[in-house]
Ligand binder design. Structure first.
Ligand code: 3PG
Ligand code: MG
Length: 394
């Protein structure tokens, strides 16, 4: 897709407005528990500073009520962390929509949580125009929010004098395109999570492209049911059996496959100290909960992953937060790490698994997107790219 890139532009002395995704997890006291998104936003900010721009950065944090800035909604902890990373102090500006604050060339300020502005979520035109008036150049670098058409991600891009893609947004798209458009085969996708319903579109679109579609978690349970297996009282969606069967058939017709687990790890209750039992997939009892794939299944999948040319990973295959049910996810993570395939991973739980098994450096590309990553996998054109490409051709 043709978009203007930040590096195409002359930034010297320009007022640059960067929409980043600095929506980081925090503990109850407000401490940042994971700062990948802040680190991933640095290249864009540093580049603008080096080129002599006056830099304004904003982001949403959480899902606050518009018109109210509560203590927990504030980007203050992000301003502090950003300042530490940039070795400078980063001023946090509140009530910034109407301007009235100074930013010097070579300086960066953080504009308070853009989602407290009235009209942000609904992409209000007046708000968008006010934000656009603050800058000469709008930089969309918020991949994690690229699936949302809000005032700071979409409206501003329509009205700013120039609207371009930041380096993170561009890198994310390049990595996903590399994985899905002209992948080195076999292309193996792992789609796991609790519900088929939330990932049905992705499953269907991947079923038309990938060579192996590994399902995990509650999704795998529904596929096991579709394959005629008993799953006891495991989480599943029996009303989606026909959809699961259709995915299996579509894959078969292309000579591809959805591997169904041959063994599983079960428990009688969902808890960290529940007694884990390894069972053949045909032996699941009526009162069993399937909480992980079994070791034989994990090994078979690991072998496939090691031979893959490209791997797309979204979702842990079991309850990896509990030691007794983490083996499947751990084996898969290690297989991805050892595979020579180009791998791309995204989604909050997946990132937590990657961190837990320390394989960050062995994954080809780790996406900062949750919902946005999934929508790209679904084959959708994200609003960010739609508006930026329109601005590039205008
Ligand atoms: C995310 O955390 O996935 C992004 O920051 C988007 O947040 P949202 O789902 O609240 O729009
Ligand atoms: Mg979210």
């Amino acid at each position: 897709m043709n978009v203007i890139k930040l590096t195409d532009l002359d930034l010297s002395g320009k007022r640059v407005f960067i929409r980043a995704d600095l929506n980081v997890p925090q503990d109850e006291a407000g401490n940042i528990t994971e700062d990948t998104r802040i680190r991933a936003s640095l290249p864009s900010i540093k580049y603008c500073l080096e080129k002599g721009a006056a830099v304004m950065v904003t982001s949403h944090l959480g899902r606050p009520t518009e018109g109210e800035l509560n203590h927990e909604d504030s980007l203050m902890p992000v301003a502090v962390r950003l300042g530490q990373m940039l070795h400078t102090s980063v001023r946090l500006i509140t009530d910034w929509v109407d301007g009235g604050f100074e930013v010097k060339p070579g300086e960066v300020v953080l504009l308070e949580n853009c989602r407290v502005n009235k009209g942000e979520k609904k992409n209000n035109e007046e708000l968008s125009k006010k934000m656009a008036a603050l800058c000469d150049i709008f930089v969309h670098d918020a991949f994690g929010t690229a699936h949302r058409a809000e005032a700071s991600t979409y409206g501003i891009a329509q009205f700013a004098p120039v609207a371009c893609a930041g380096p993170l947004l561009a890198a994310e798209m390049d990595a996903i395109s590399k994985a899905l458009l002209a992948p080195k085969r076999p292309l193996v996708a792992i789609v796991a999570g609790s519900k088929v319903s939330t990932k049905l579109t992705i499953l269907k679109s991947l079923a038309a492209n990938v060579d192996q579609l590994i399902v995990g978690g509650g999704i795998a349970n529904t596929f096991m049911l579709a394959a005629g297996l008993k799953i006891g009282k495991s989480l599943a969606e029996p009303d989606l059996l026909a959809e699961a069967t259709a995915v299996i058939e579509a894959m078969k017709a292309r000579g591809a496959a959805v591997p169904i687990p041959t063994d599983v790890v079960t428990a009688k209750t969902f808890s960290a100290d529940a007694k884990a039992e390894i069972k053949t997939a045909t032996d699941v009892a009526d009162d069993d909960l399937i909480l992980d794939i079994g070791p034989q299944t994990a090994k078979a999948l690991a072998d496939q992953l090691k031979q893959a040319g490209t791997i797309v990973w979204n979702g842990p295959v079991g309850v990896f937060e509990f030691a007794a049910f983490e083996n499947g996810t751990k084996v898969i993570a290690q297989a991805i790490a050892e595979s020579s395939a180009f791998s791309i991973a995204g989604g909050g739980d997946t990132l937590a698994a990657i961190a837990k098994y320390g394989i960050e450096k062995q994954v080809g590309y780790i996406s900062t997107g949750g919902g946005a990553f999934l929508e790209v996998l679904e084959g959708k054109t994200l609003p960010a790219f739609e508006v930026l490409s329109r601005r590039a051709s205008a």
